[in-house]
Design a protein around this ligand. Structure first.
Ligand code: GLC
Ligand code: GLC
Length: 818
């Protein structure tokens, strides 16, 4: 069952009923001001940091779902008893005669009709501004005139979302507002150390306002039945403490067939510390700097121009890489939605979504490095800066803080370090950056350790320490020690936690000298492949040889102790016993080492990679994707940790943890099996799963972190949509390995591995300042193999396109075949 449909031309998903299984959200904002918005106008806004600069309040885990948002009420002032409704369905949830929500690139449009009054609300954030626009187009489709009231309501958050949700003894007394010239200013704590405030403004004359929540709602009422809306007038309340809100009232008279545009603005502004007040010796906000911006966007033609600019901006980003394949789900995800999700993961890491409260985690070291893998071609400059920010939090040991705070860019001490896979991901992201851009100068950037001035080393030096970190921490089998956890945060082999509420990751009860990770071994070998190439080009063969040798030794350790007979083992626990082996009672086979070791090239020549992938197909693959491990753990194992805390089939205990599935797609592609790779790709492809939305339940336009596995009672149900490494890895799997358009250090490799039935496909891609038009033909219906490549009509040797023009266009023809 579907709850909407894709409009591929417009890059939109259109939701056609408001009560989707879960709120289906979108993001607004590209720079510093951001918002989450659901298909019924729920969500919240923040400036830079979802925890520390939250503008509006949102109630996670509330009933009804999705409480708090950008609320608009319409009221028919003629009828009695009074009738009012929300044109975005929430919060009144009144039945609508027509409803549609279009989530597009950085904007959301919700349109509805009720008693022949049509409303279309367009929400977006103009580029370069710290404000959001709610543009309401109201049309009277009745045969007679209509007298309507429009009410808006947002509840302000007292900035620090965590404090706002907990510290009531203080917060009920600090709230302050100012209302001047019909603009509502929220200025809690502006009197003391804050230099910022929020505002709510309107393009029309107001009939009234409220800033006190209870004055608006009435005692013991909710946003679905505000007393003021029922009554038809606001009371111009000024709040003193309690819950500051912004509510506006506009009256409109519309003749039959008439329509009107009304603009509401919600914004954020910072004043210089010594220019906060006007006049200077008062407590009144200095509005000189903000008013011109407010006046500008009260003008509909400015709003239209800003919207067009936003659309052009996104079109430009999407154009970077466009594909035309025989499969609509591939095209749709690659050309629009996967890219859009990449931007969200780049901006928000794992911080703010419907499932991430915005007050939890900072930016993860491993997460952000992986998010970058698919992002390089979109905004190389921003990718470069992010890499340098991440590297600056690396520790002198080569280890890394597991997370850092985006506002301060400092490593997070609470979580600390000791996740032994972390530093290796930096090698992968730096390599991918150079492969995309050809910018070798990044390696010579001076980057500190732990942000300490004076500790600067070249970025290349950081990569060397990342590698050395692993080599300095080998266990009894010569495999890397796992530390607190590797990629799987919940495989905690050194924790042995027996106390409720303890952190599984940071409470370490073992000295950590025994438990080893085969996954990190694979990741190390993969990183070493990049280091060999980088070192060779930078410092010559001898420098490269160091990594070749280290890699060989690691490979030997994997074959000696990490191979279980038909698949790669996962780890060794603190007792030196294997995890992910036939010998185990539960958790006999894990997906991660199969994906990572094969991506690192292990077993490809001797058939063991094929054997491992056959085991994956037999034991882990389901129609809903590939599960993390099998069988799931049916009870809590002290020596395994959080992984066994989840009921089987959920999260890290054997769900389809989508992040890992593209590793298997890539592995299948490396072995030349395009049909299997693409089949796995489709199993978790959100667009493909759209037709089972009642099972999947999350948005059909973005990947979710997990889909419940076969052992779960809700098998096939997705959770934790949007902020997941799945976005980057799937993008890599489909564009670089299945379609095979893969940046390498010396050019663009064309090495497709596709379903045999495909006749071919075409790609347009920007690469290092050039534009390539690539046509791939598959007349013999092979899965993999390139017979001939022509660049601008001239055959080249091999399938690596080196660009000799400075900019400009290339026509590339690729014949697949034997
Ligand atoms: C979460 C974490 C990520 C980890 C994964 C598996 O997505 O953000 O860092 O690799 O879970 O545990
Ligand atoms: C929890 C989650 C896991 C996540 C981890 C991050 O363990 O289950 O997915 O990676 O927290 O700390």
């Amino acid at each position: 069952m579907r709850y909407g449909y894709f409009d591929d031309e417009q890059h939109e998903y259109i939701i056609s009923q408001p009560d989707t299984p879960l709120p289906w959200i979108n993001y607004m904002g590209c720079e510093e001001y951001f918002g989450i918005i659901s298909n019924t106008a729920g969500g919240y806004s923040f400036y830079k940091d979802a925890r520390l600069r939250r503008l509006t309040r949102y109630r996670y885990n509330n009933a009804p779902l999705d409480s708090g948002g950008r609320y608009i009420y319409l009221r028919d002032d003629e009828v009695s008893p009074p009738q009012f409704w929300s044109p975005t369905w929430q919060p009144t949830r009144t039945g609508l005669d027509e409803y549609g929500c279009r989530h597009g690139m950085g904007y959301t449009i919700i349109q509805s009709t009720h008693t022949d009054i049509r409303a279309k609300v367009r929400y977006f954030i103009p580029l370069g501004e710290n404000l959001e626009i709610w543009e309401l187009l109201l049309s009277n489709q009745r045969e007679e005139p209509a007298n309507l009231s429009i009410f808006t309501m947002v509840e302000f958050c007292l900035w620090d979302a965590m404090d706002d949700a907990t510290n009531f003894q203080r917060n009920y007394s600090v709230g302050e507002v100012e209302v001047v010239d019909e603009i509502i200013y929220h200025k809690t704590e502006y009197r003391e150390r804050r230099d910022h405030f929020a505002y709510l403004a309107c393009s029309e004359k107001l009939a009234g306002f409220d800033t006190d929540r209870e004055a608006f709602l009435g005692a013991y009422r909710g946003a679905d039945t505000p007393a003021a809306v029922e009554r038809g007038s606001l009371s111009n309340s000024l709040t003193h403490g309690w819950q500051p809100i912004g509510a506006q009232h506009v009256r409109v008279h519309l003749n039959a067939g008439e329509q009107r545009t009304i603009i509401f603005l919600l914004g954020y502004h910072e004043n210089p510390a010594d220019e906060k007040f006007d006049p200077p010796d008062t407590q009144t906000i200095n509005k000189r700097a903000v008013l011109p911006t407010i006046y500008k966007y009260q003008n509909p033609s400015e709003v239209e121009a800003a919207f067009e600019k936003l659309q052009a901006y996104w079109q430009g980003l999407l154009d970077t890489l466009q594909v035309h394949t025989p499969d609509i789900h591939t095209n749709r995800m690659v050309n629009t939605w996967n890219v859009y999700q990449l931007m969200a993961t780049f901006n928000f890491s794992r911080s703010a979504s419907y499932f991430e409260s915005g007050i939890g985690r900072g930016m993860g070291f491993r997460d952000s490095n992986q998010d970058l893998l698919g992002f390089m071609h979109l905004m190389p400059e921003r990718a470069r800066n992010r890499i340098l920010d991440l590297a600056s939090t690396q520790l002198p040991t080569g280890g890394a803080y597991h997370q850092y705070q985006p506002l301060t860019k400092r490593g997070n001490n609470e979580v600390g370090s000791g996740f032994n896979d972390d530093p290796l991901w930096l090698v992968l992201s730096v390599a991918a950056y150079i492969q995309e851009t050809g910018d070798w100068s990044v390696l010579d950037e001076a980057v500190p350790y732990d942000n300490l001035p004076g500790s600067e080393d070249s970025l290349y030096g950081h990569l060397q320490r990342s590698m050395q970190y692993t080599l300095d921490r080998l266990g009894p089998h010569g495999l890397p020690l796992i530390g607190r956890a590797d990629w799987n945060d919940c495989l905690n082999l050194n924790c042995f936690s027996d106390t409720p509420g303890q952190s599984f990751q940071t409470t370490t009860n073992k000295d950590g000298k025994v438990a080893e990770s085969v996954f990190i071994a694979g990741l190390f070998i993969k990183a070493a492949m990049d280091m060999v190439q980088i070192a060779r080009r930078r410092d010559g063969e001898q420098a490269a040889e160091v990594f070749t040798q280290a890699s060989k030794q690691m490979e030997k350790a994997v074959w000696d102790a990490g191979w279980d007979g038909a698949w790669f083992r996962r780890a060794y626990d603190d007792f030196g016993e294997p995890v992910g082996s036939q010998e185990c009672l539960e958790g006999q086979i894990f997906i991660e080492p199969q994906g990572m070791c094969i991506m690192a090239g292990l077993g490809i020549k001797d058939g063991r990679a094929r054997q491992a992938l056959d085991s994956v197909a037999e034991k882990l693959a389901t129609p809903h994707g590939i599960m993390l491990h099998q069988p799931g753990y049916t009870r809590y194992y002290l020596h395994l940790g959080e992984i066994s805390s989840y009921p089987p089939g959920y999260k890290e205990n054997g769900s389809v943890f989508c992040h890992t599935n593209p590793w298997i797609m890539i592995a299948e592609a490396m072995l030349g099996n395009g049909s299997a790779a693409h089949d796995y790709y489709l199993r978790i492809n959100p667009s493909k799963r759209e037709e089972i939305s009642e099972v999947h339940r999350c948005e059909p336009y973005v990947y979710a972190q997990m889909i419940a596995g076969r052992e779960a009672p809700t098998y096939g149900e997705a959770k934790n949509s949007w902020l997941t490494g799945t976005a980057a890895w799937n993008y890599l799997a489909i564009t670089q390995w299945i379609l095979g358009i893969r940046p390498e250090f010396d050019g663009l490799r064309l090495d497709p591995c596709i379903p045999t039935e495909w006749e071919g496909f075409s790609v347009e891609r920007s690469f290092r300042g050039c534009r390539l038009h690539i046509d791939v033909l598959n007349p013999q219906h092979v899965s993999r193999g390139v017979m001939r490549v022509e660049v601008d009509g001239i055959g080249i040797e091999g399938n690596l396109v080196k660009l000799d023009k400075q900019g400009g266009e290339y026509q590339v023809l690729v014949w697949m075949g034997k």
